[in-house]
Ligand binder design. Structure first.
Ligand code: GLA
Length: 755
């Protein structure tokens, strides 16, 4: 009883210190809507009787609600009274807004039978839109916000209004999803915005964290006068770390930049709260920002060998293996038991050469410096399978999008070395879409002007001890509209090998035009085809299938000899995207094995942006810990998708925890299973090679959560030694159960070993 009270008390303090702020007056539309597939202009109508339509939750795609194979048109309708009190309460009384989450892919929105907004193509041409509606940029992941003047006759104040949404889904996920769904006046919070996207946190010395942010008034006509207050609290005991108040007048369109400098213990989670209180109305706009906290201990001076314990190679393929090790330089490397054909470069730890015979070789690696020596075995398996542990690397897409270039790729390679990522096992530097020009008249693929000499660039990356990846599509065009490999597969594979490519991401894209409704055979065909040719070349090329999980690719990816396969659509730097993807991977778990990896898409940490304009990831530090922990438990390929020339201390720290990476690289190749699930929390558990268990306790809520773990529920019997993986600390023996606090959207990553 005493323990419970204490836990609750701690929970309350944490809630006080870290909870999200309440919002202004609004009408909540996250109620069941009426839903019907198909398309009929009569469904716009105010008088249409939709009472026989099915009910649907607007915050989730229709595939999750019984319409698994629905593509094309469907309608949503709902009735709502819009009370005049919205205007009475508002400080600015001009305009009303309808926020309708997100809609996949296009939509037209009708209020009382008349069009008020559209995102995407004008898909119902018979209806002539009035000139004053919001027209969006046609993206499925854009928040829908349609605004009307408060005196617009389409709005029926204090009466029932009919909102009808005509959605069109091009394929894949469809319909309304996300949040918010609400009606409100366009008020202070819609005009005053905090912008954190232009700067990341900077660490100065060992205790100071600094961050730039901007407050701006996006209104073109309203002026606001008020006070800006910033304060920061620790999340563990709520204590105040910082407080500052500034009088701030904001003329229309004005943007003011501030810097907050907060002194804190780097390992302590804390939250900064921002508020702008408008003087005459007393209305307040609030934001909060979680501060990064550093958990990974700094690498010591004594040598330590990191990276995979097992490495796969095929006979007659050139081998490049860098012994990943930390410790005070200079380090010298030795390897006992290297099979004939392989050589070690003692000063940089590179093993190169070629093997002619299949077999398994145990090599004793040793790394020495002035302080000491580290030793570890590496198993080299020469056989048919490569990528015996998930690839660790960088990919250009999430950062540079189609603006990738030779220079940016070389910079990423250089940064792997200068930041020390290479010393933790990070290996691949992968070019995504945007490098291709055309096939010449002889069918040779020609890179575009941004890649003047592909072979030279690959040589350069190899000279750093790293590997190179490339991207193409089985269709005539890539997703970015560049040249694909369709009908040039054999020649392309040969070019990749000649250039020295080690990894191919092969992305379905326009192959959808060739096989619009692919059956099983058609889904596999283009992947088999390219596989034939990359297996013909004398090079080990990791084969990464990218087709967003179609046809449950995890069930047959190995049959087409894929080394990894994307199980989902594209990831974004939002909690919705991250948690939606990460926590839905249980179904793929049984199919993960050495050389056969489920790929839930790349990491969205650091400076991302899909190029050329970048922003600091919108994921909170806790969400980023969740990202790395979950992806490691899932045995996922880890491909960093950020600008490595701007790698901040927090991101580097997140990517260089050798115990976390060891879970990802565990030779068993087994993927974690979801072992426990409530609305608030999930527990995932992964069997490791040595019999121990890696466990992730995930908090899905926006408040700190005490999680009570019963070992029985996880199928674990007896006594276990528990290790807290991020801070690399032993927590002692556990038996039957234990309890731990987990921060909002955060994780506790544990390893349980038999004593
Ligand atoms: C698709 C893939 C992305 C990226 C782009 C490139 O969307 O899923 O990962 O490769 O294409 O155009």
């Amino acid at each position: 009883m005493k323990k419970l009270t204490l836990a609750l008390f701690a929970g309350l303090i944490l809630v006080f210190a870290c909870q999200r702020t309440p919002s202004d007056r609004k009408i909540d539309l996250t109620v069941p809507w009426r839903f019907h597939s198909g398309d009929d202009p009569a469904w716009t109508g105010a008088t249409f009787d939709d009472s026989k339509w099915e009910l649907i939750n607007p915050t989730d795609i229709w595939e999750h609600q019984g319409y698994k194979n629905l593509d094309g048109f469907a309608w949503y309708r709902m009735r709502v009274v819009i009370p005049h009190i919205l205007i009475d309460d508002a400080y600015i009384k001009d305009s009303i807004q309808f926020k309708l989450g997100k809609i996949d892919d296009y939509d037209q929105v009708f209020l009382n039978g008349e069009l008020i907004g559209e995102n995407g193509k004008n898909i119902l041409p018979k209806i002539q839109p009035r000139p004053d509606f919001f027209k969006g940029p046609s993206q499925w992941d854009t928040e829908r916000r349609y605004t009307l003047a408060a005196n617009d006759p389409r709005v029926h104040w204090d009466q029932e209004n009919i909102i009808a949404v005509r959605a069109y889904d091009r394929g894949g996920a469809g319909g309304m999803f996300s949040k918010p769904f609400e009606i409100s006046m366009v008020d202070l919070p819609d005009h005053i915005k905090f912008d954190f996207g232009q700067s990341g946190f900077k660490f100065v010395g060992d205790t100071l964290i600094s961050r730039q942010f901007a407050v701006y008034n996006i209104s073109q006509k309203e002026e606001f006068k008020g006070t800006l207050t910033i304060h920061a609290n620790r999340c563990d005991n709520g204590s105040l770390l910082f407080k500052q108040e500034t009088v701030l007048n904001m003329p229309p369109g004005i943007r003011t930049v501030f810097t907050v400098n907060i002194i804190k213990d780097l390992a302590v989670p804390a939250t900064v709260y921002f508020s702008y209180r408008e003087k005459s109305s007393g209305k307040e706009v609030k934001e909060r920002l979680e501060m990064p906290y550093i958990l990974t201990p700094k690498p010591g001076k004594t040598p330590r060998i990191n990276g995979a314990l097992v490495f796969g190679i095929r006979p007659w393929s050139p081998l490049l293996y860098k012994i990943a090790a930390t410790g005070e330089p200079p380090l010298t490397y030795s390897a006992e038991g290297l099979p004939e054909g392989l050589h070690l470069h003692a000063d940089d730890g590179l093993i190169t050469g070629m093997l002619s015979k299949k077999g398994e070789y145990t090599v004793k690696l040793k790394v020495t410096n002035s302080v000491g020596t580290a030793g570890r075995n590496l198993t080299i398996k020469c056989g048919d399978l490569i990528s015996l542990t998930p690839p660790l690397g960088w990919n250009s897409w999430n950062v540079w999008g189609l603006t990738v270039s030779d220079k940016k790729v070389r910079q990423a390679g250089d940064a792997f070395v200068s930041s020390g990522l290479i010393s933790h096992g990070w290996t691949y530097i992968n070019i995504d879409d945007g490098w291709e020009d055309t096939h010449d008249k002889n069918g040779n693929i020609i890179p575009n002007f941004k890649f003047p000499n592909m072979k030279e660039m690959c040589n350069y990356i190899h000279s750093l001890g790293l590997k190179v990846g490339i991207y193409s599509s089985p269709g005539p065009r890539t997703c970015g509209g560049y040249e694909g490999s369709y009908s040039f597969e054999e020649k392309d594979a040969q070019h990749y090998a000649d250039w020295g490519i080690d990894y191919l991401k092969y992305d379905w894209c326009s192959y959808g035009g060739i096989a619009p409704n692919p059956n099983d055979h058609q889904l596999k065909f283009p992947y088999r085809e390219m596989r034939r040719y990359i297996r013909k070349v004398n090079r080990d090329i990791h084969y990464s299938l990218c087709q967003y999980g179609m046809g449950d690719v995890w069930k047959w990816g190995n049959e087409v000899d894929g080394n990894s396969w994307r199980t989902t659509g594209d990831i974004e730097d939002s909690w919705e995207s991250l948690s939606g993807i990460g926590f839905s991977q249980d179904k793929c778990s049984p199919f993960s094995a050495p050389g056969r990896w489920n790929d839930p898409d790349m990491l969205v940490v650091g400076w991302v942006g899909w190029g050329p304009k970048l922003h600091y990831t919108r994921l909170t530090p806790n969400e980023q810990y969740t990202h790395m922990s979950l992806w490691s438990l899932l045995a996922a390929p880890l491909l960093i998708g950020c600008d490595l020339t701007q790698l901040d201390d927090f991101t580097l720290n997140l990517l260089t925890n050798d115990e976390v990476l060891a879970i990802n690289q565990d030779p068993s190749g087994k993927q974690a299973r979801q072992a426990w699930k409530t609305d608030e929390c999930q527990i995932w558990i992964r069997d490791l090679e040595d019999g121990s268990k890696a466990i992730g306790l995930f908090n899905l809520t926006e408040y700190p959560l005490p999680v009570n773990v019963k070992l029985n529920d996880l199928g674990l019997k007896g006594k276990w030694m528990m290790r807290d993986v991020w801070p690399q600390k032993d927590l002692g023996l556990v038996e039957t159960h234990f309890e731990m606090n987990v921060l909002p959207h955060g994780v506790r990553l544990l390893v349980l070993r038999k004593p």
